[in-house]
Design a protein around this ligand. Structure first.
Ligand code: GP9
Length: 414
């Protein structure tokens, strides 16, 4: 019974998502590079401190590419691994623990596996111990040809836990462009590390004058993000020099928040007092930038979006129908209205944002109008609440029952 109602739900979703508009298949055959940046949050984008931009490279890229300005991370306790799973698996992370650790033996429809079945070389890059977050095992199960971990990199820029992002991105690009075992088109998934908590970089790597935040964890965070932004800028120049910019879709997004909860830092940095809704958005929004080859139009999409949406969106751009797959995210290029559900049960659509209470009871949550940014009658969020509850339940059932395997079995039954 569960299987058939799940199947029905996915059939409806896939029918709704499939948008055979101009962008479907427009970038078919392109290489794909996805960069997941450690603790890279959205509130720094476009901001300056003492006249210096915190993320000048990302800001410049936004002027020539597509930027999702209300992109949510959908992570839970599995932090970086949750962001990776939500992005590449388009399902929700678990309430407790990490899917990477708890269910690596379950079946999922992942971006690397789908692209591999279409002839792509698929590789993951992360310059840290391969066993962390159970990546070594999970990446095999997710369909990567190879996982380049710390042992595959020359530690020529030691920084923090491992290798600095600048060298990491440079070496990763060199591998994907010149290794004989990687054919084009390729899908490369890169996870950065230098902007990891507690964010302290050696003086020689600090390129920002953090002014009034100097010596605080918040100032260190701004420094770290600034460094990762520089690394992104260098990677883009390198891609241009290698002739990869014009045949590669590049997606860059942040994995999760920085764990710095103190509102006063954000108020001081942004120069205004912040409401509960403001803080919710600050702590849950990460940037998403998508570079579409041969296109240098700036598009700022401010409709809510989230990490589960990246896989369906990239498949759309490549002209790969999501019909045979079990993916829960939105296709960001379908032109349809979107609702984004977070793991906590919070959600946002174009008009409303709902913040659940600790007890999870609908009526004790707060429903905000995104127009007035004031709380409205909670009844205004009831439809979104039910939709979100159902999504989380379906995803949880998939985890619990190895649901995709079960659905595939049914499909092939006579
Ligand atoms: C380590 C890195 C950090 O490999 O991905 O993960 P986090 O501690 O942010 O979840």
């Amino acid at each position: 019974k569960e299987a058939s109602s799940m199947k029905l739900w996915f059939n409806e979703l896939n029918a709704e998502q499939s948008a055979l508009n101009d962008s479907f298949g427009k970038y078919s055959g392109s290489n794909i590079v996805v960069i997941q940046a450690e603790a890279f949050m959205n509130f720094v984008v476009g901001r300056s401190i003492n006249g210096q931009e915190v993320t000048p490279n990302l800001n410049a890229l936004i002027k020539e590419n597509t930027y999702f300005s209300n992109y949510y991370h959908q992570t839970s306790q599995g932090r970086t691994s949750d962001a990776d799973f939500a992005t590449n698996g388009s399902l929700y992370p678990l309430v407790s623990g990490s899917v990477f650790v708890r269910y690596p033996d379950h079946q999922f429809d992942t971006l690397p596996a789908i692209l591999k079945s279409k002839g792509y070389s698929t590789n993951a890059f992360h310059a840290y111990e391969g066993s962390f977050w159970n990546r070594q095992i999970m990446y095999k199960a997710m369909g990567y040809d190879h996982f380049y971990s710390k042992k595959d990199f020359k530690i020529d820029e030691p920084l923090g836990w491992s290798l600095g992002d600048k060298s990491f991105l440079r070496q990763s690009l060199n591998i994907m462009d010149s290794s004989e075992s990687i054919q084009k088109p390729f899908y490369s998934f890169l996870t950065t590390l230098s902007s990891h908590h507690p964010y302290s970089l050696p003086a020689a790597k600090q390129g920002l004058d953090a002014g009034e935040f100097k010596g605080t964890i918040f100032g260190d965070y701004l420094q770290a993000v600034h460094y990762t932004d520089e690394a992104l800028g260098e990677l883009v120049s390198d891609m241009k020099q290698r002739g990869l910019w014009d045949n590669t879709i590049l997606a860059f997004y942040g994995d999760h928040d920085n764990s710095i909860q103190d509102t006063s830092y954000y108020e001081q940095f942004l120069g205004k007092s912040l409401s509960k809704l403001d803080m919710h958005q600050i702590m849950h929004q990460v940037p998403l930038l998508i570079h579409l080859p041969g296109n240098n139009t700036s598009v700022i999409d401010s409709n809510p979006a989230g990490q589960l949406d990246l896989t369906p969106s990239l498949l759309h751009l490549l002209g790969i129908s999501q019909d045979p797959y079990y993916l829960m995210g939105n296709n960001l290029f379908s032109g349809k209205e979107r609702l984004v559900t977070l793991r906590t049960g919070a959600f946002a659509d174009a008009n409303r944002s709902y913040l659940p209470s600790e007890n999870g009871q609908f009526n004790s949550g707060i429903c905000y109008s995104l127009d007035s940014r004031e709380a409205i009658d909670v009844a205004g969020c009831s439809t979104g609440f039910e939709t979100s509850k159902q999504r989380l339940q379906i995803s949880d059932d998939i985890m619990k029952y190895d649901g995709i395997k079960m659905l595939r079995k049914e499909e092939s039954a006579p």
